[in-house]
Design a protein around this ligand. Structure first.
Ligand SMILES: [Zn+2]
Ligand SMILES: [Zn+2]
Ligand SMILES: [Zn+2]
Length: 205
């Protein structure tokens, strides 16, 4: 049997008590009876002790998963010398969930209440610190995608981008490096923008 936690929407399984000698503890977090009462020593161990509303093991695990995910986001920011703020955390979370590159107007749609200048500045900070790179795919709007952990955005770090003619999504083909370009003498390479066009695997179906 599954129930949905009213707090975080996560589904979890639980077992209804067969013998009602002792009432099973209810999770004050999701109001579901659970056969796995939340254990206080587990709470202390995992820094969940300050969340007294939790007494269900599964809700606690969900909470822990969320904390860990936020920590991962913060680690990504600090590894690029970016001070974590709520806005930056949220934007990075959205970028991490993206399968294709995202433009500023698309990002704005996901943050209806946020100030547009703040969103733009967040992207610029990310780009300056090489957490993301910008892509000019020729559609007229600049798109942004996460960089690989080791990326320094040097010409040797660059990869090919793929623009789908049907869905207009732009994908990072991080496994395909830009071929070496032999420039005439005294010409200096600064950047390469290689966009391949076609139909993506989603649209091919
Ligand atoms: Zn990069
Ligand atoms: Zn497509
Ligand atoms: Zn890319």
């Amino acid at each position: 049997m599954t129930r949905q936690c009213k707090f975080d929407g996560n589904l979890f399984c639980f077992f209804l008590p067969t013998r009602k000698k002792k009432p099973l503890p209810h999770c004050t977090h999701c109001q579901s009876p659970t056969s796995q009462p939340f254990n206080q020593s587990f709470a202390k161990e995992c820094n969940l002790a300050n969340t007294p509303v939790l007494n269900c093991y599964i809700c606690a695990l969900n909470k822990l998963r969320k904390i860990m995910m936020n920590q991962e986001i913060d680690n990504k920011l600090t590894s690029r010398n970016i001070k974590p703020t709520t806005m930056r955390e949220l934007v990075l979370k959205v970028l991490t969930e993206q399968k294709s590159a995202i433009s500023l107007p698309e990002l704005e749609q996901k943050f209806e209440k946020a100030d547009k200048t703040t969103l733009y500045r967040t992207l610029k900070t990310f780009e300056e610190n090489k957490l993301i790179h910008s892509i000019d795919d020729g559609t007229g709007s600049i798109k942004y995608a996460l960089c690989k952990e080791t990326c320094q955005c040097h010409p040797e770090d660059l990869h090919v981008h793929f623009l789908c003619a049907k869905c207009q999504q732009t994908y990072c083909l991080t496994d395909i490096q830009i071929p070496q370009i032999n420039l005439p003498s005294k010409f200096q390479l600064q950047s390469v923008n290689m966009v391949v066009k076609g139909v993506c695997s989603n649209c091919e179906k």
